[in-house]
Design a protein. Structure first.
Lengths: 336, 471
C-alpha cells in the first residue's frame, strides 16, 4: 500500500460488507424462511421484568416456559381486560427462580399466571432450565448496566427489520451446520428451523411456515425427540412442590392471586408426559399444595381439542382460541 | 461500556462529532473527552466513578508535592500515600474476600474458628489497570524520571482516557500526557488506520474469541469428570486463543479508537504465540503490564544487579505478584509461579545449551515448546480451582479420560484456527501489524476490511464482557 488509507477505502470496504450482507439476508429470509422480529434476549426480558415493579393490583404477569409464551396472546388479554400482561415466560426456561424473584423482590400483588410445562417446571434449583433462567434472566436483570440498556435501545431500532439477526442463525450457531460427521457420543446442537416472530412486548406468534409446512414441523419434532424422554428429578418432587407452594403462599398472603395453567400438547408429549409426570402426583398435587385454581387443557373441551402442529406450541389461530378460553375461565373465577 | 456493543458506537460517533465538528477550544475538547470518559465508565456502575476521582485527586496532589519538594521524608510520605490509596483500593475491592478466606484458613490451623463476614462487594471494572497507571505517575515523579502534568485536566484525562481506561494498555504518563498539551487532530491516514485497527480488534473479539473459541473452552473447563486427551487439548487451545483474541482485540480497539482522535497508544501484543522462550514471550504478551512489573517491581527488588540467586528470586517474586494481579485466587498465583519457573529454567538452560534460533526449524521447535508450556499454564489461569486444573491436566497428559465432550465441528474449527494462530504468530514474529498493513496491496487490504466488517455485522455479539475487565 503506497498511499495511506482514506475515506474512499473505507467506503469500498463498507460496500463489500453490504454487498455480502444483502445476499446473506436474502438467503435466510427467502430460502430458509426466517422472519424478522425482536430477539427474545436477556435485555428485552429485563426490560419487562423491571415493569413489574410499577404494576397495580389489576395487572397480570405470566411466568412459565415456551408454551405460555406461544399460547397466550397478551394483546387479546389487553383487548378483553384492558390490561396487557407482562410476559416473562421464557422458552426453554423454568419459573423455578423467577417466581421467588417476583415474590421476594417486588411488591406486585396482581394476578400471576403460572404455566406448567412439566419437563421444565418440575426441576430442582440446579436443574438446567432453572439455572439457565436464573443466570440469563433473573441475574442478568438484577445486574444489567445502563450501558447494556442503552445498547439494547439502539439494537431494537434494527432488530425487527432484519431476519439474519435471529439468534438461531448467529455465527456461533452456524458452526454447528458444518458437515463433519458426529462423533459416536457427541452430537452437534440442534439446528432449529424458523419458528417464531416476536414483537416488542415479547408476544410470540408461530410463523406461517411452521403452521403449515410439514417439513418444518418434522424438523422440530425430531429436535424434541432428540432431547430424550425422562424425568431426572422424580425423586425430588416433594422439594420442588414445596418450593412452588411456599412462594405462592407468600404471594397470596400479601394479596396476590395465582392461577396455574397446563397448556395443550400433542404427539409424543401427549403420550410421554402423563407417564413421566403422572397427573395425580404432579399437577393435582401442585394444585392441592398451592391451593390455587388451575386449568389443565384436558379438563375443558375447548382446550383439549387444540393440537399443536409440532406437539408443543399452538398455531396463531389456536393460541387465540386458547387465550380467549383462559380469559373466560379467569373471569368466571373472579380472578380478572 | 463495552466496545463490542452498538451503544458504544453511538457513543463514539457522538464523541467524534463533538471532537471534530463542534466549535470547541482545545481545552474544551479535552474537557469533553474527560466527561465522555466518565460517562463511558459510569454507564457501567455510576457510584464507582468516585474511586476514579479519589485516585485522580490523590495522585495529582501527591505528584505535585513530589515535583516541588526535595525533602526526602516528605517525598517518601507522598509516595507512600499514593501507593497506600491505590493498593488499598485494590486490596479492598479485589483481594478482600481472598484475604479473609485465607485468614480463616490460617487461624483454623491453630484451632480458632473464625467465620468471616459475607464479602459481597462488586469489583470495579478495570481497577487493576487504572491504579497501576496512576501509581506509575507518582513513582516516576518520586524517582525523578517523569514530569508532572501541566494541568489537572491533562492529568485527569490521563487517568480516565476512555479508550484504555478499563483494560489498558497501561500507559505511562510520559507517553500520553504530553500528547494532551497541543491540539490533536488525526490525519486522514491515522483516522482510517484507527478505524481499521478497531475493526480488526472487534473481529478478533467477537468472531474468534466469543463465537468460535469461548464455547469450546467453556465446555471443557466446565466438564464434569475426566475428558479425552484430544478434547482436553483442544479445549485448552481454545482458551489460549480466546484469551489472546479477547485481550489483544481489546488492545487493538483501544489503540484504534485513540488513533481516531489523533492519539498514539503503545502496542500491547506482538504475536506472542510465536515466541521463542519466555523472556521473548513477556516482551510480546501484555507488554504494558510486563514492562510495568519490570520497571516498578523487578528493578525495585534489585533486578539482576545483586546476585544470580537473587535474580531468580526476584523473577519468581515478580511473576508471582504478576499472577496475583490477574485475580484473587491461588490458581493465578500458580500461573505466575509457572511463568517464573519457566523464566528461571530458561535462564539456566541458556547457560548450558546454545541453540541457533536463526535456523527456522530450530526456532519453530522452540516456539512449539514455548507455546505448549504456555498452554499448560493457561489451565491454572482458567480453571475454577486447583482441583479442576489438576483434573484437566490429568486428562491432557495421563490419557485416562474416556469422555468425549466436543463436537467434530468444534474439534476441526478450533484445531485449524489455533494451528493458523501458532504458525501465523511464528511467521509474523519479526513484523508488526501496522507494518503488514502498510505492505499489503490495497485491494487485499480493502477486501479483508470489507470481509471483517461483514463478519461484525453477522456475528450477533451479545456484548460479552472482555475477560481482562475483571482484572
Amino acid at each position: 500500500m503506497k498511499q495511506g488509507l482514506n475515506f474512499r477505502h473505507f467506503l469500498a470496504a463498507a460496500g463489500i460488507a453490504v454487498g455480502l450482507l444483502l445476499p446473506y439476508e436474502y438467503y435466510f429470509r427467502q430460502i430458509e424462511g426466517w422472519v424478522p422480529g425482536y430477539d427474545d434476549n436477556a435485555e428485552i426480558w429485563s426490560h419487562w421484568r423491571r415493569k413489574v415493579d410499577q404494576l397495580s393490583d389489576r395487572d397480570i404477569v405470566i411466568l412459565g416456559s415456551s408454551r405460555a409464551h406461544f399460547d397466550l396472546n397478551i394483546h387479546l388479554f389487553d383487548s378483553a381486560t384492558d390490561r396487557k400482561p407482562v410476559m416473562l415466560a421464557t422458552p426453554g426456561g423454568s419459573p423455578f427462580h423467577v417466581l421467588p424473584d417476583i415474590v421476594n423482590n417486588t411488591e406486585f400483588k396482581g394476578l400471576l399466571i403460572l404455566s406448567v410445562s412439566p419437563g421444565l417446571f418440575f426441576t430442582t434449583a440446579d436443574g438446567f432450565s432453572a439455572i439457565k433462567t436464573r443466570q440469563d434472566r433473573v441475574e442478568f436483570a438484577r445486574t444489567q448496566t445502563y450501558a447494556s440498556r442503552f445498547s439494547q435501545w439502539v439494537y431494537q431500532g434494527m432488530d425487527p427489520h432484519l431476519a439474519y439477526l435471529e439468534p438461531d442463525i448467529s455465527f456461533k450457531a452456524l458452526i454447528h451446520r458444518l458437515p463433519f460427521p458426529d462423533r459416536d457420543s457427541v452430537r452437534h446442537e440442534p439446528i432449529w428451523p424458523p419458528f417464531v416472530s416476536m414483537d416488542r412486548y415479547r408476544n410470540i406468534r408461530m410463523i406461517d411456515a411452521m403452521e403449515t409446512d410439514t417439513s418444518f414441523q418434522g424438523r422440530q419434532t425430531r429436535i424434541w425427540d432428540s432431547f430424550g424422554w425422562r424425568n431426572p428429578y422424580k425423586d425430588s418432587i416433594d422439594v420442588i412442590l414445596s418450593h412452588y407452594a411456599g412462594h405462592i403462599a407468600t404471594f397470596k398472603a400479601r394479596g396476590g392471586r395465582v392461577v396455574l395453567l397446563r397448556p395443550p400438547v400433542n404427539g409424543k408429549y401427549l403420550e410421554m408426559e402423563p407417564q413421566l409426570y403422572p397427573r395425580e402426583q404432579y399437577w393435582d398435587e401442585l394444585l392441592r399444595r398451592s391451593e390455587c385454581k388451575g386449568h389443565h387443557f384436558d379438563d375443558h373441551p375447548e382446550t383439549s381439542s387444540l393440537q399443536p402442529p409440532e406437539w408443543s406450541h399452538l398455531t396463531k389461530r389456536d393460541a387465540d382460541i386458547y387465550t380467549r378460553a383462559i380469559i373466560r375461565f379467569l373471569k368466571q373465577e373472579g380472578l380478572l | 461500556m463495552l466496545f463490542n456493543t452498538l451503544g458504544f458506537f453511538v457513543f463514539l460517533l457522538i464523541v467524534l462529532s463533538l471532537y471534530y465538528l463542534a466549535p470547541l477550544s482545545w481545552k474544551q475538547k479535552k474537557g469533553m473527552l474527560l466527561l465522555a470518559s466518565y460517562i463511558f465508565y459510569g454507564l457501567w456502575n455510576p457510584p464507582l466513578i468516585l474511586l476514579l476521582w479519589i485516585s485522580t485527586m490523590v495522585d495529582w496532589t501527591a505528584g505535585n508535592q513530589l515535583a516541588k519538594t526535595n525533602d526526602v521524608r516528605k517525598r517518601r510520605g507522598w509516595l507512600f500515600l499514593s501507593i497506600v490509596v491505590n493498593l488499598g483500593f485494590l486490596a479492598f475491592f479485589k483481594y478482600g474476600s481472598f484475604l479473609l478466606e485465607n485468614f480463616q484458613w490460617v487461624v483454623g490451623l491453630i484451632g480458632i474458628e473464625y467465620v468471616p463476614p459475607k464479602w459481597d462487594i462488586l469489583l470495579p471494572m478495570g481497577i487493576s489497570f487504572y491504579t497501576f497507571q496512576t501509581m506509575s505517575y507518582t513513582i516516576d515523579l518520586y524517582r525523578r524520571t517523569g514530569q508532572p502534568a501541566k494541568t489537572f485536566l491533562d492529568f485527569a484525562l490521563y487517568v480516565t482516557f476512555f479508550p484504555q481506561l478499563v483494560a489498558g494498555p497501561i500507559v505511562r504518563a510520559g507517553e500520553l500526557v504530553p500528547q494532551f498539551y497541543e491540539p490533536k487532530r488525526a490525519t486522514q491516514q491515522q483516522f482510517f488506520l484507527g478505524a481499521l485497527l478497531l475493526t480488526i480488534g472487534l473481529f478478533q473479539k467477537t468472531v474468534f474469541a466469543d463465537s468460535i473459541l469461548s464455547p469450546v473452552a467453556d465446555d471443557i473447563f466446565g466438564a464434569r469428570g475426566l475428558v479425552l486427551p484430544l478434547d482436553a487439548w483442544i479445549g485448552v487451545l481454545a482458551f489460549s486463543g480466546q484469551i489472546f483474541f479477547d485481550f489483544a482485540g481489546y488492545s487493538l480497539c483501544a489503540i484504534g479508537i485513540a488513533l481516531l482522535l489523533g492519539f498514539v497508544l503503545p502496542d500491547n501484543f506482538r504475536y506472542p504465540y510465536g515466541s521463542i522462550g519466555f523472556s521473548d514471550l513477556w516482551q510480546r504478551w501484555h507488554i504494558s503490564l510486563s514492562s510495568w512489573l519490570r520497571d516498578y517491581l523487578y528493578i525495585s527488588l534489585g533486578g539482576n544487579r545483586i546476585s544470580i540467586s537473587r535474580t531468580y528470586i526476584n523473577l519468581m517474586l515478580t511473576m508471582l505478584l504478576g499472577g496475583l494481579w490477574h485475580g484473587a485466587a491461588w490458581t493465578f498465583v500458580i500461573w505466575g509461579f509457572l511463568h517464573g519457573f519457566y523464566l528461571v529454567v530458561e535462564r539456566l538452560l541458556k547457560k548450558i545449551i546454545s541453540l541457533n534460533t536463526k535456523n527456522t526449524l530450530t526456532a519453530l521447535f522452540l516456539a512449539l515448546i514455548t507455546f505448549t508450556c504456555v498452554n499448560i499454564s493457561w489451565v491454572f489461569f482458567r480453571a475454577e480451582d486447583f482441583k479442576s486444573a489438576m483434573k484437566l491436566l490429568g486428562s491432557m497428559f495421563f490419557l485416562h479420560g474416556t469422555k468425549a465432550v466436543l463436537t467434530t465441528n468444534h474439534l476441526v474449527v478450533v484445531g485449524l484456527l489455533m494451528l493458523c494462530v501458532f504458525l501465523g504468530h511464528f511467521a509474523m514474529r519479526r513484523h508488526s501489524l501496522t507494518g503488514l498493513i502498510e505492505k499489503s496491496p490495497l485491494w487485499v487490504l480493502v477486501t479483508a476490511w470489507g470481509i471483517m466488517l461483514f463478519g461484525l455485522m453477522i456475528v450477533q455479539t451479545s456484548g460479552q464482557q472482555f475477560i481482562y475487565f475483571q482484572f
